[in-house]
Design a protein around this ligand. Structure first.
Ligand SMILES: [Zn+2]
Length: 140
C-alpha cells in the first residue's frame, strides 16, 4: 500500500517542522490552497496525542491568520477529509466571492466560470504569502 503523502511532500513545500509540514497545493482555480500535513502516517485526528492535536491546530490557526491578514479573503475554509488519501492533513483554503465555486465547497460543482485575471492577481502574491507563512511558523 503506497501513500502519496508518505512518499512525497504532496505539493510545494512551504515549511517543515519535526511533526508536520505546510505545503501549497496545485489546485486549479484556487491559488491560495494550503495543506497542513502530519509527517507520520496516521489516518485520523484522534490518533494524535492531546499535545499533538494542540500543536497541529495551532499551526492550522497560524496559517489561517496569515491568509486573513495577507489576503482578506471572504472566508477561510478548514477541512480534514482524507477519503482519497487517508494520511492526516488539514486543508486551509482562502476563498473569494469571485472564485468559481463560492459559496459552495471547492469539491462541489462550480457555480460560475473561473476568473483568470483574479486568479493571476492572487497567484502573483504567493511568493510574499509563502514568506509570511514561513515567518509565522518559524517558532512553532
Ligand atoms: Zn502516509
Amino acid at each position: 500500500m503506497t501513500c502519496a503523502l508518505c512518499e512525497t511532500d504532496g505539493g510545494t513545500l512551504v515549511w517543515r517542522g519535526d511533526q508536520l509540514r505546510l505545503i501549497r497545493a496545485d489546485e486549479a482555480g484556487f491559488p491560495a490552497f494550503y495543506r497542513v500535513v502530519w509527517n507520520a502516517h496516521v489516518a485520523e485526528f484522534s490518533d494524535l496525542s492531546p499535545a499533538e492535536r494542540t500543536h497541529c491546530m495551532d499551526v492550522v490557526a497560524r496559517v489561517e491568520q496569515v491568509l486573513r491578514t495577507q489576503l482578506s479573503p471572504a472566508k477561510v475554509n478548514l477541512a480534514a477529509l482524507g477519503n482519497m488519501v487517508p494520511h492526516l492533513h488539514w486543508h486551509v483554503i482562502a476563498r473569494f466571492a469571485w472564485d468559481s465555486h463560492f459559496p459552495a465547497p471547492v469539491w462541489a460543482p462550480p457555480q460560475r466560470a473561473r476568473d483568470a485575471a483574479q486568479e493571476a492577481a492572487l497567484a502573483a502574491r504567493l511568493p510574499a504569502l509563502d514568506a509570511a507563512l514561513r515567518h509565522a511558523l518559524s517558532n512553532s
